[in-house]
Design a binder for this molecule. Structure first.
Ligand SMILES: O=C(O)CCC(=O)C(=O)O
Ligand SMILES: [Fe+2]
Length: 360
C-alpha cells in the first residue's frame, strides 16, 4: 500500500461507463457552524478526498447566472477569428511568466510526470490533444503574477471587466474552502492553507474542445485532454453539460457527469503533498462523452459536440515550501507525486515550473 502505483494499478486506457460515485457536498452545511450537520458534511468531504480526491460542491457562493455568463464569454472568445485570438497568443515557452494567453490547438500538451522532452515530443505527435485554451492569472496588477495578455477592448468589449469579477468570485470561494479544509484536517492553525496563499498567484484556464470526429477519440488516437493530475492546491472546475471528464478511481477512469449548479473540486499535487498523502491528487482526463454522460439534447453521432470548461487552480505562494502541514504527520494512503528523485523540499514555484516546462 501507499506506493505511487496506487495511482496506476488500474489500466489507464480503460474507462467505465458507470459514473464515479462521489458525493455532492452542500456548501451551506459546511458553513453551518458547530452543528451536527456540519460535522457529518466534514466527514463525507474527508472521505471523498481520501478516496477520489474529488467532490461536487452545491449551494456555493458563485451565482448560477455568473457561471452561465462565464461560459458565454468563453464561447465568445474562442469563436473569435484566429487573427484576433493570435493578438494574445501564448508563447511557446514553458516559463511560468509566459503562461498567459491563447494556446491554439497543438501548442499546450499535457502529460503526467513525463519530464523527458523526447518522450513528450513522441506523445505529442502520436496522440494529439484536440483543445484550445485561454490562460490567465490575476487580472489586476500584482508584482507576483505576470500580467494577462488582454485583447484590445474593442475586440471583445466587457471581457476584461468580466475576468476581474470572475477572479473575485473564484478567489472568495477558494479561501472559504481552504478554511474549511483546515478544519476538516484539524490543523493547529485552521487558516494555514489560506495564509499560504496570500499573494494571489492562482491561475484560470478556459478550455475549449472543438467538435471533432468521434472515431479517433474512441480509439485513443487523439484525446480531448490527456490524463494528468493538477499541479497546485485546490482546483475549482466548472464544466458545461456535454460530459467527457473522467477521474481515475484506482482501477478505472469513471465519468464525472455534469451536474448543473455544482463546482467540481479536486486536490492537486501540492495539497496531496501537504496532507502527506491523506488526500489524493487524482488522475483525470477528458474523452469523448459516453452515452451515460450525453445529456438530453446531445445526439451520439459521428462527431462530438463543442465542449467548454473553466478552471480556477488554487496555487500556494511562489516561495511557500510545500511540505507536510503541522497536524498531517500521519502518512496517508497515497504517495504524493511531489515525492521523487528531485530536491527534498520544493517551493510552489519550483514544482509549478517543473510540471509546466514540458507542456509548452
Ligand atoms: O475540461 C475539463 O473538464 C477538465 C479540465 C482540467 O482537468 C484542467 O484544465 O486541468
Ligand atoms: Fe485538470
Amino acid at each position: 500500500m501507499g506506493s505511487q502505483s496506487e495511482h496506476h494499478n488500474g489500466r489507464l486506457d480503460e474507462s467505465s461507463e458507470v459514473p464515479v460515485d462521489m458525493p455532492v457536498i452542500d456548501f451551506e452545511k459546511l458553513v453551518a457552524n458547530n452543528t451536527r450537520e456540519q460535522e457529518l458534511e466534514f466527514q463525507i468531504l474527508d472521505g471523498s478526498l481520501r478516496t477520489y480526491g474529488f467532490f461536487y460542491l452545491t449551494n456555493h457562493t458563485i451565482p448560477q447566472d455568473v457561471v452561465d455568463e462565464a461560459f458565454q464569454w468563453a464561447k465568445r472568445f474562442f469563436n473569435l477569428p484566429v487573427e484576433t485570438k493570435e493578438k494574445v497568443a501564448h508563447p511557446s515557452s514553458g516559463a511560468i511568466e509566459d503562461h498567459r494567453g491563447w494556446a491554439q490547438e497543438g501548442l499546450g500538451y499535457v502529460t503526467q510526470l513525463v519530464f523527458d522532452a523526447d518522450e513528450v515530443q513522441r506523445l505529442r505527435t502520436s496522440i494529439p490533444e484536440r483543445k484550445e485554451t485561454l490562460e490567465m492569472g490575476n487580472p489586476r496588477p500584482n508584482e507576483n503574477s505576470p500580467p494577462n495578455r488582454n485583447l484590445p477592448e474593442e475586440d471583445l468589449p466587457g471581457f476584461v471587466a468580466f475576468t476581474e469579477s470572475w477572479w473575485d468570485h473564484c478567489t472568495r470561494l477558494q479561501h472559504s474552502l481552504l478554511g474549511i479544509l483546515g478544519r476538516v484536517l484539524q490543523l493547529r492553525d485552521e487558516e494555514l492553507l489560506s495564509k499560504l496563499q496570500t499573494k494571489d498567484v492562482c491561475h484560470v484556464s478556459m478550455n475549449f474542445y472543438p467538435s471533432t470526429p468521434i472515431g479517433p477519440l474512441k480509439s485513443r488516437q487523439a484525446q480531448r485532454l490527456n490524463a494528468h493530475t493538477d499541479f497546485g492546491g485546490l482546483t475549482l472546475l466548472l464544466q458545461d453539460m456535454v460530459g467527457g471528464l473522467e477521474v481515475h478511481d484506482g482501477k478505472l477512469f469513471k465519468p464525472v457527469i455534469p451536474k448543473r449548479g455544482t463546482v467540481v473540486c479536486n486536490v492537486g499535487d501540492m495539497l496531496e503533498r501537504q496532507t502527506n498523502g491523506r488526500w489524493k491528487s487524482a488522475l483525470h482526463q477528458v474523452v469523448a462523452p459516453t452515452v451515460t454522460t450525453m445529456q438530453k439534447g446531445f445526439e451520439q453521432t459521428d462527431s462530438v459536440v463543442d465542449r467548454y470548461s473553466i478552471v480556477y487552480f488554487g496555487i500556494p505562494d511562489p516561495d511557500a515550501i510545500i511540505e507536510t502541514l503541522p497536524g498531517c504527520e500521519e502518512p496517508g494512503k497515497w504517495t504524493p507525486s511531489m515525492v521523487g528523485d528531485w530536491e527534498k523540499s520544493m517551493t510552489s514555484a519550483e514544482w509549478l515550473q517543473k510540471r509546466l516546462e514540458q507542456e509548452y
